[in-house]
Design a protein around this ligand. Structure first.
Ligand SMILES: C[S@@+](CC[C@H](N)C(=O)[O-])C[C@H]1O[C@@H](n2cnc3c(N)ncnc32)[C@H](O)[C@@H]1O
Length: 252
């Protein structure tokens, strides 16, 4: 990955890591080795750093190429013994993972792709211990509309807002996106209560690339701005992604 791509990735994920770390510290204090499940964990962008932090991570991922990259990444990081993986679709989660055995389940960038997001989130809830946490990251159509507009694709910006699943056209790689209201509404039927929502990539994808090219001060400023915007409820509506943290509803 180039320096610019690395900087972009760091800016895009910093807010998610901040929210996740704060939730673990506040809700699972003193727990140094969590049982983590990463649904659609891809090449291990979250799984490997969590294993490096001492946690035991299981990645459920259907793409064999992603799993091969995950295996290499875990080996390079020296955490192969703390990362295991299952090649499977999220739809089959309930039959593959022991119920009630996870402290933390990540579902980042996956509900956009699955056939039945509500069923996947209910299956995720079923894997949690009573005090377990869920971290969900989803794309927001409002943020996509802004990004398409700033890139000069004005018709696509209008199309995202008009499309029932928030898509900008046939070539859009995402099958669906979730507005803040749609994302929040997924949780209670799954037996989950959202305790924190953050806006992610509010500005990160909109500022010109030249700003993050070899400019450490600009990158630091953008990281600081994203951290403030993430906590600002007015900006959730236009964030590129939404990060929702949830726990089990009492009695569920
Ligand atoms: C945008 S990537 C996110 C990867 C990783 N969660 C991260 O945040 O770095 C989406 C991932 O979801 C996986 N995926 C797509 N459809 C899926 C499904 N039906 N069940 C489980 N994972 C799926 C893809 O293979 C891909 O690895």
């Amino acid at each position: 990955m180039t320096d610019v791509a690395n900087a972009r990735r760091r800016i895009r994920t910093a807010v998610v890591w901040d929210g996740l770390s704060a939730a673990i510290e506040a809700r699972l204090p003193g727990r140094t080795q969590l049982d983590v499940l990463d649904v659609g964990g891809g090449t291990g962008g979250f799984a490997v750093p969590l294993a490096q932090a001492g946690h035991l991570v299981t990645v459920l991922e259907p793409n064999p190429d992603a799993l091969a990259a995950l295996e290499r990444r875990a080996a390079e990081a020296g955490v192969s013994e703390r990362v295991r993986w299952v090649q499977a679709d999220a739809a089959d989660l309930a039959g593959l993972v022991q119920p009630g055995g996870c402290d933390l389940v990540l579902c980042h960038g996956v509900l956009e792709h699955v056939d039945d997001p509500a069923a996947v989130l209910a299956a995720v809830a079923g894997t949690l211990r009573p005090d377990g946490l869920v971290s969900v990251l989803v794309a927001n159509p409002n943020g996509a509309a802004l990004a398409r507009a700033v890139a000069g694709h004005l018709d696509q910006a209008r199309a995202v807002l008009a499309h029932p699943a928030g898509r900008w056209g046939e070539r859009d790689p995402l099958p669906r996106r979730f507005t803040p209201q749609q994302a929040a509404a997924l949780f209670p039927p799954a037996g989950l209560a959202v305790f924190a929502t953050h806006g992610v990539r509010v500005c990160a994808d909109l500022v010109p690339g030249a700003l993050v090219e070899g400019e450490p001060d600009a990158i630091a400023s953008l990281l600081a701005l994203e951290a403030v915007l993430a906590e600002h409820p007015d900006f959730h509506a236009v964030a590129g992604q939404l990060h929702l943290l949830a726990s089990r509803l009492p009695g569920s």
